[in-house]
Design a protein around this ligand. Structure first.
Ligand SMILES: NC(=O)c1ccc[n+]([C@@H]2O[C@H](COP(=O)([O-])OP(=O)(O)OC[C@H]3O[C@@H](n4cnc5c(N)ncnc54)[C@H](OP(=O)(O)O)[C@@H]3O)[C@@H](O)[C@H]2O)c1
Length: 331
């Protein structure tokens, strides 16, 4: 098959990192980019050698030379942009969180199925080699029945204003959707959907969560999870079973270093990373497209739907309600 031709929409912080990594992956290239700002689109296309650029997202979605669109805009725009792209027949890799709530994610999945196109949430941690090693250790029963997971994600973003995407309610602000999704992913991946959830948050005046802790309870296991924009932290993850422990070193969501302690014996593994680590989700999307798969078996559409459902439940418990939740409740 010919190389996979990528397009990127929303040329902010993550789009730049992603484009650096895209250039490292074989058998694909950056065909075109789109931004609301034409100067930004032109500068980005020059920096990353894209063949075309647009100052209108729709022009990118209808470009016949593009196979897959990476959606790198605000959370609040993930649903509408992904749907518009899929209706033009494009495959979509959409940044996390897939969308603002379960209703939106279901609408995206329905559109993917109706248009017979590939859709995946860009949950890059799932595809990292060190995480794959942890996955193998757990599957090989190296630590026995799982009993406890501890995972956090925090950084100090207090210098960001109330208009930033981090803190603005209308832009989908709050730590849960932005970074709490990683601890949720870890617990969900290994323990599944919890039987019970407890949550407690500290909200800003605008009622977005600046820090939030939550406990997932399972029969025989617990996951203690946390995210925050109010302080830095080294961010390790711990997975414990009856016969051993696994540690994912700082910062666990993109660590190259993991450690297994099995019946008292310690084993450390380190992995070389290609780029920053977005390369692995790009390879997964490319492979799915090459093999005519409409979703990834490693991070499926059901997985994305479950994770957003968990975030809906947690948000309800702590009182974080976005304008889009209210609109959907009215309809
Ligand atoms: N996987 C990861 O490691 C990772 C890391 C960071 C962020 N993310 C995700 O990526 C997405 C974008 O995050 P980011 O940090 O890249 O955001 P960002 O730099 O603040 O902005 C991304 C883009 O959103 C578009 N946008 C549309 N309406 C906007 C508005 N009203 N205000 C500001 N920007 C607007 C702009 O695109 P135009 O160029 O079209 O103007 C902007 O460049 C988020 O959903 C986030 O969760 C993922």
């Amino acid at each position: 098959m010919n190389p996979i031709r990528w397009g990127i929409v929303g040329l902010g912080n993550i789009a730049h990192k992603f484009a650096c990594d895209l250039a490292l992956v074989s058998d694909c290239f950056l065909q075109a980019v789109a931004s609301s700002d034409s100067k930004r689109a032109k500068k980005f296309s020059t920096q990353f050698a894209a063949k075309d650029y647009y100052s209108n997202y729709s022009d990118l979605f209808s470009d016949p030379n593009v196979d897959i669109i990476y959606i790198a805009s605000l959370h609040t725009l993930h649903k509408s942009l992904s749907i518009e792209a899929m209706k033009q027949g494009k495959a979509v890799l959409c940044e996390k969180p897939m969308a603002m709530n379960q209703i939106e994610v279901r609408e995206m999945i329905k559109t993917a199925k109706e248009n017979n196109v590939f859709l995946m949430e860009a949950l890059w941690t799932r595809f990292n080699p060190a995480f794959e090693q942890v996955n193998r250790w757990v599957k090989e029963n190296k630590i026995g029945p799982l009993r406890y997971i501890n995972s956090t994600f925090s950084f100090n973003a207090l210098d960001k204003g109330v208009d930033s995407r981090i803190f603005n309610l209308k832009k989908g602000g709050g730590s849960l959707l932005d970074i709490g999704i990683y601890p949720i992913f870890l617990a969900y991946h290994f323990l599944g959907f919890p039987a019970d959830i407890k949550a407690s948050a500290i909200l800003t005046k605008e009622k977005v969560d600046k820090q939030i802790g939550f406990i997932f309870s399972y029969s025989g296991a617990q996951a203690i999870l946390y995210s925050s924009f109010t302080h830095n932290e080294d961010m390790r993850a711990t997975i414990c079973g009856e016969n051993g422990e696994i540690y994912m070193n700082s910062q666990w969501h993109h660590t190259p270093n993991v450690q297994l302690i099995n019946n008292g014996k310690e084993m450390k593994k380190s992995f070389d990373f290609l780029g920053t680590g977005y390369t692995y989700e790009i390879e997964e999307a490319n492979n799915c497209i090459r093999n005519n798969k409409l979703e990834s078996s490693k991070w499926s559409l059901k997985n994305s739907e479950d994770v957003v459902t968990l975030m809906d439940v947690i948000r309800k418990k702590v009182g974080v309600i976005y304008p889009t939740d209210k609109e959907q409740a009215r309809n």
